[in-house]
Write a protein that binds this ligand. Structure first.
Ligand SMILES: C[S@@+](CC[C@H](N)C(=O)[O-])C[C@H]1O[C@@H](n2cnc3c(N)ncnc32)[C@H](O)[C@@H]1O
Length: 204
C-alpha cells in the first residue's frame, strides 16, 4: 500500500490519519500469536485499507456535516464495525447499508445493529467497495485512503444521483474534485461534496 505521508506538510492533519493507518498495516502484517494460524487472523482477501475505526465524535460530526435525517439512505463503503451506519439509524432515523470486504467486520456490524435496536433499518454485506452499487444512496460516507478515494471518484459520479452528499474522514478526492466544505473535529478533517449535474455529464 502506498502511504504518501512524506508528501504532506509536517503539520497536515492527514499525516496523523496516515500514521494510524500505517500502524494498523504493520499490526496486520505482524506474526500471529502462538497457537493461531495466519489463516485464522487474516481477512480472506487483501484489503485496500486496514481497519481503523472512526472515533464517535467524528462519526457524529460527519453525520452533522451531511445533515443526515430520517428518509436518508446512508452507505458506508468499508464499513468496519458499522458504527457510522448504526449511528445514522439510531440517532437520525436514517436507513443504511454498510459494505466491507472482511466478513469479521460484517459480523461485528450486524451484532452492533442488533444491540442498538436498528437491525430493521440497516443492512451489512460482505463485498468489494469498487464493485458496489451505491445508486440508492442519498449519503455516502468514507474513511479510506487518498488513492482509494481517487480511484472511487468516477464510480461515485457515475452511480450517485444529483444532490447525493459524500463525506470523507481525513482524506480528500484530489484536484479533480475539490471539497465544498472542510470541517475539523478532534484533530480530524471531514471533507464534504455533493453530486452536481456537471458530474453526470462528464462521466469521469
Ligand atoms: C479505515 S476502516 C473504516 C471503517 C469505518 N468506515 C469507520 O469509519 O469506522 C476501512 C475499512 O475498509 C475495509 N476495506 C478495505 N478494503 C476494502 C474493499 N476493497 N472493499 C470493501 N471494504 C474494504 C476494511 O476491512 C476496513 O474495515
Amino acid at each position: 500500500m502506498n502511504l504518501p505521508a512524506a508528501a504532506l506538510p509536517s503539520r497536515h492533519p492527514a499525516r496523523s490519519a496516515l500514521r494510524m493507518l500505517a500502524a494498523a498495516c504493520l499490526a496486520a502484517a505482524s506474526m500471529p500469536a502462538a497457537g493461531q494460524s495466519a489463516a485464522a487472523t487474516s481477512p480472506p482477501v487483501p484489503l485496500d485499507v486496514p481497519y481503523v475505526p472512526t472515533p464517535q465524535e467524528v462519526v457524529d460530526k460527519m453525520l452533522d456535516v451531511a445533515a443526515v435525517k430520517a428518509g436518508d439512505v446512508v452507505y458506508d463503503l468499508g464499513c468496519g464495525d458499522g458504527r457510522i451506519v448504526v449511528t445514522a439509524a439510531r440517532d437520525r432515523g436514517a436507513r443504511g447499508v454498510g459494505i466491507d470486504l472482511n466478513p469479521q467486520r460484517i459480523a461485528e456490524a450486524t451484532a452492533n445493529a442488533q444491540s442498538a435496536g436498528v437491525a430493521d433499518k440497516v443492512k451489512f454485506r460482505v463485498g468489494d467497495l469498487y464493485k458496489a452499487d451505491v445508486s440508492q444512496a442519498t449519503v455516502v460516507t468514507l474513511y479510506l485512503l487518498p488513492e482509494v478515494n481517487r480511484k472511487l471518484r468516477p464510480q461515485l459520479w457515475k452511480q450517485l444521483k444529483v444532490g447525493t452528499r459524500v463525506v470523507s474522514h481525513a482524506f480528500d478526492m484530489g484536484n479533480a474534485w475539490p471539497p465544498e466544505r472542510v470541517e475539523r473535529v478532534g484533530g480530524r478533517d471531514i471533507y464534504y461534496w455533493t453530486i452536481r449535474p456537471e458530474h453526470k455529464s462528464t462521466g469521469q
